[in-house]
Design a protein around this ligand. Sequence first.
Ligand code: MN
Length: 205
Amino acid sequence: MTVHFHEEDLPAGVLADGPVAVDTETMGLITHRDRLCVVQISDGKRDEHLVRFGPDSDYAAPNLKAVLADPARIKLYHYARFDLAAIHYYLGVMAAPVFCTKIASKLVRTYTDRHGLKNLAHELLGAEISKQQQSSDWGGPELSEAQREYAASDVRYLHAMREELIKRLEREGRTEIAQACFDFLPTRALLDMAGWSEHDIFSHM
Ligand code: MN
């Protein structure tokens, strides 16, 4: 298990074929204000890659963009809605097709309202994820060891979590509705960026 650190792009050919787990770290939660600082990506074969972008980045990253935009690769996220918007806004690609572990969790774990990554990874896999660095400064010239480990751990368990969530969706007869939700997520992210982030366009109001 190794955490690889890269500046401004992923090296070519470091990922095996198949689904990739993806997460982002930004300066905050307002996408057009708070720049994209780190993209984490893993092919689920025990290594994680961190791609850091500097404050003056042009976000060219051709290798990373090719993987994210590849329609043959499913991208696994926990709360894809945020990451899709950040990636689309800064890197200019829609990183789909999507599997979102938070949406899947909400569709099968109807006995709880605790759908955070830490909780879900613990229940599904017995994994312990620390959320201590969640609100740290991702924009500095150096990322600390703790930040790197935190960033990597956010993509480390998504492949195994998906396996378990696929079984539970199947068991509860919700596979198709989950897929329909995943397919809508790029549109949901675009609505957020276009000014409808606080509005549920399906509500009566
Ligand atoms: Mn994260």
